[in-house]
Design a protein around this ligand. Sequence first.
Ligand SMILES: NC(=O)c1ccc[n+]([C@@H]2O[C@H](COP(=O)([O-])OP(=O)(O)OC[C@H]3O[C@@H](n4cnc5c(N)ncnc54)[C@H](O)[C@@H]3O)[C@@H](O)[C@H]2O)c1
Length: 439
Amino acid sequence: MAKKNKKYDICVVGAGHVGLIAAVGFAKLGHKVICADNDKKKIEQLRRGKPVFYEPELQDLLKKVKGKNNLRFSNSLADAAKRSEVIFIAVGTPPLADGSADLASIESVARTIADNLNSYKLIVGKSTVPVQTGQKIKEVINRYKKNSVPFDIASNPEFLREGKAIYDFFHPDRIVLGVESKRAEKVLRDIYRDIKTKVIVTDIAAAEIIKHASNSFLATKISFVNAVARVCDKAGADIKSVAAAMGLDKRIGKSFLNAGVGFGGFCFPKDVEAFIYIAKRLGYEFDFLKEVRNVNIKQPGYFVEKIKEHLWILKNKKIAVLGLSFKPDTDDMRFSPAISIVNNLVKEGASLTLYDPQGIDEAKKVLKKSTKIKFAKDSYQAAKNCDCLCVLTEWEEFKKINLKKIKSNMNYPLLADGRNIFDKNKVTKLGFSYLGIGR
Ligand SMILES: NC(=O)c1ccc[n+]([C@@H]2O[C@H](COP(=O)([O-])OP(=O)(O)OC[C@H]3O[C@@H](n4cnc5c(N)ncnc54)[C@H](O)[C@@H]3O)[C@@H](O)[C@H]2O)c1
């Protein structure tokens, strides 16, 4: 039995957006953490105290916990697993071409754990995985383990938001623990003891479904409001007023009701796909979610069409794009709607100048190289001589932009607000032609 205030030897596998935050968070809670990743460059950089992606507050917290010797980084999962009682798996589960989650990294981690099962271990899935993955992890470990040392598996899905990840780690709305034994529950409750929130204990399958269902529901809210925005566009109504009034109904809630160019990132698109896929494999055709996906896939194209309708010919038009990351306060470009909007505009023959407060390096990696694309050092440089200013991410910096100054630099003052962040009346008074989504 774990004693009160016991600190655990924890291994977090995966030093990405989830794993690194969890590793730093557990270390801050006083546990001894080894964060293991098979990417040597990442580990070297982290050993030097440098985060491998942009996330507010991460750099400072990393420094603090390293200073207390509560966190170290390793390339050897085998070694880290042997030294740990609890192993959180936070590796990537990217989408395969058929929409299913690629679970090869999960299997490989499970095999390494099986090879190094030198004492009781609790193996906890933190990655987002299809229901029944926990059982598969158990089967793999039982198949490959070399002794009869006992182990438990559990699921502890992660709900953090990139850009607010540190805050969310310490202030989650709930902690979900999918467990099969009292021992696993006790260890996990102990680890999270100092985080004051509701703890929901379920079986492993329910915990896995809670994550997929939660993300799919949030994606549904976004696609729903985007569909309503289409009706608003046709009817000449403003989706901002519609959504604001809807959101005041407590049964609906105001979050995730912002119409825009659609959802992106490493979670919603792939989790919706993976949920559709696993439901089908289990015998249920999740047509409802397919429509959520379809609405989202069409949103970037709809936005480009609106610009095209206004400017008529996009060939050789200069377009400034502000905001590339899939949401503010992160440099994460994975599945960002900006990718397809930029590709679309380039295909139309426009010349683009792109700017993002943090995402330019990542954008350079994911956008197709083109002589039509340049990067700017700030919004004002991007807007110089352009025929249209597109805003694709709701960074605070863009909300505070000096629109008068921007306009004086533009060739033609068209403001295409892909996130509906500007006051339509104000910008129109300033002399802009304004295009929003659903307004
Ligand atoms: N990013 C988010 O906002 C978020 C939020 C909640 C849940 N999730 C889920 O968490 C999981 C991880 O997402 P992420 O955004 O942190 O991904 P990520 O790509 O940022 O990080 C994954 C890390 O795992 C490492 N890795 C892959 N295979 C490995 C192996 N065999 N051994 C050791 N390390 C390995 C990679 O090198 C990488 O550093 C995914 O399932 C994701 O759906 C993500």
